[in-house]
Design a protein around this ligand. Structure first.
Ligand SMILES: *Cc1c(COP(=O)(O)O)cnc(C)c1O
Length: 480
């Protein structure tokens, strides 16, 4: 009896973990009002807010023994988390590689977490696994892969590149010693992936780029021939389908020919650009991507999802399974899968977020055509930004964009151009209207305008050009 009373007391103390229908309705009302305030503030709100006092505040106590009112936690979130820093959901966020954060995807996350389906094995959640496999098949079709392809939804592009590189290692370089070929513009996560895959010591050839920052196929051909002649086996060529720095797309058909000739695995990092295959303008630039042995994609960039969704695709799907399947006595599947591969056999993860729903729901509710149109719009906006900047006196707009990133700089009549552009960038950022970021190309400072949010439209490009010209003129005037 005493034991029963003690258990009842514990259950009563744990009751706040399960709010009843009325409390749930009240909580959801407050949460949706919070989200609505956030969404409706985006069109005129800042794209950046510096680290003022607010972000460092804490609730007191920070982790209370008894729960606090939802309003208190939500107010804290609004002031101290949502507000400070870069507003990545803003239409005027054009720094780094934007994503956006679709409303439908946020709701997909909410519903996935509410049901908490276990999407690792079909026997646990056949519908969820079927959905993830259908999404992988759809992504494969978008990039032009055959039915032999397999893939996995990852947490992002870094994990997608790592997954593919591990599959490439097991398939073509199990003993090590094979050489790796990349340009200086390859994303740094590829170096990280090589390190994690135990191949940081592999002979690594940095292949030269042309005046549009794309891999020189001739230079790759020479490097491959030199290695073969010297008894070094070409293992892995990593090409970029849209570099972070300039959005440049390497010459994929020529690279694929060279890889085929020398038996090298072609991995294409399409984390930023690969999914532009959805729109005709992108398909024109990305021709040949379907010849890659593996591909990294990032729907949290090019499909505008909230952070946490990448995808690795491998053309010969068995290679992915060979690298990642494992078994354990405590995990005997409840029966065979009739809905395609088991996600847990294709991934470094076992238990994972059911991340398919955040991609599936927007595709259902907005439709594929809306994504296609948004992507065509992003490419057109970047071309428009580049064309107009090219006509403005004093600016070096750089080469026309392959996709939706423009790297450019101001050319001041005198003084240090790098210092000028660094200060210019900081001023534009601190103003908080338009958020751009920078990079260095050949040691020189450049600014970047990356158009990728579904919320970014022509008026925001106008804002960006206006902010750049006004700040450049002010800076020139100050310098006399
Ligand atoms: C963003 C990006 C990555 C890394 O992806 P994360 O999602 O940030 O992990 C890799 N390569 C390219 C080209 C990218 O744009």
């Amino acid at each position: 009896m005493e034991a029963r009373a003690a258990l009842e007391a514990l259950a009563a103390a744990a009751a706040p973990l399960e709010p009843g229908p009325e409390a749930r309705a009240d909580l959801l009302d407050q949460v949706f009002a919070h989200a609505e305030d956030f969404w409706s503030g985006l069109s005129n709100g800042p794209s950046y807010r510096g680290r003022d006092e607010a972000f460092a505040q804490r609730l007191d106590p920070e982790f209370p023994e008894a729960g606090r009112a939802p309003g208190e936690a939500l107010a804290y979130l609004a002031a101290c988390v949502d507000a400070p820093g870069i507003a990545t959901a803003s239409p005027r966020f054009m720094g780094y590689i934007p994503g956006g954060g679709l409303v439908h995807a946020a709701i997909g996350d909410f519903l996935a977490a509410a049901a908490n389906k276990y999407a690792g094995f079909a026997s646990a959640a056949p519908g969820a696994v079927r959905m993830e496999n259908a999404l992988v098949a759809w992504l494969s079709e978008v990039v032009g892969y055959p039915a032999t392809a397999a893939g996995t939804l990852t947490s992002g592009g870094s994990l997608a590149n790592l997954t593919a590189i591990v599959a490439a290692r097991d398939a073509r370089d199990p003993q090590g010693g094979g050489a790796v070929y990349t340009t200086p513009f390859v994303h740094h996560c590829v170096d990280k992936a090589l390190h994690i895959a135990g191949r940081s010591g592999a002979p690594h050839r940095r292949i030269a780029t042309d005046d549009r920052h794309r891999m020189c196929a001739d230079a790759l051909a020479e490097a491959l021939a030199r290695d073969v002649a010297g008894g070094v086996r070409p293992w892995l060529v990593v090409a970029s389908a849209g570099t972070v720095d300039t959005g440049a797309v390497d010459p994929l058909p020529e690279i694929a020919d060279l890889c085929a000739r020398h038996g090298a695995w072609l991995h294409v990092d399409g984390a930023y650009g690969g999914l532009f295959m959805l729109c005709p303008e992108g398909r024109e630039k990305l021709a040949g991507i379907e010849r890659a042995d593996s591909l990294a994609l990032d729907p949290h960039k090019t499909m505008f999802l909230p952070y946490g969704t990448g995808a690795a695709l491998v053309r010969d799907g068995q290679r992915l399974k060979d690298a990642f399947s494992a078994s354990a006595a405590y995990l005997e599947p409840l029966g065979p899968s009739s809905v395609g591969p088991e996600p847990a056999d294709m991934s470094v993860e076992l238990t994972r977020h059911f991340r398919g729903l955040r991609l599936w729901l927007p595709l259902q509710l907005a439709g594929v055509g809306a994504f296609r149109a948004a992507q065509s719009e992003k490419i057109a906006l970047a071309r428009d930004f580049h064309a107009r900047l090219s006509d403005m006196a004093g600016w070096d707009a750089g080469p026309p964009p392959d996709l939706s990133v423009v790297a450019f700089r101001y050319l001041p009549p005198r003084g240090d151009a790098d210092a000028f552009n660094d200060v210019l960038l900081r001023r534009v950022q601190e103003e908080g209207r338009v958020f751009l970021s920078g990079t260095r190309i050949g040691g020189a400072s450049y600014l970047r305008c990356a158009v990728l949010s579904f919320r970014t439209h022509l008026a925001h490009i106008d804002d960006a050009l206006e902010a750049l010209q006004r700040n450049a003129e002010a800076l020139l005037a100050e310098q006399g």
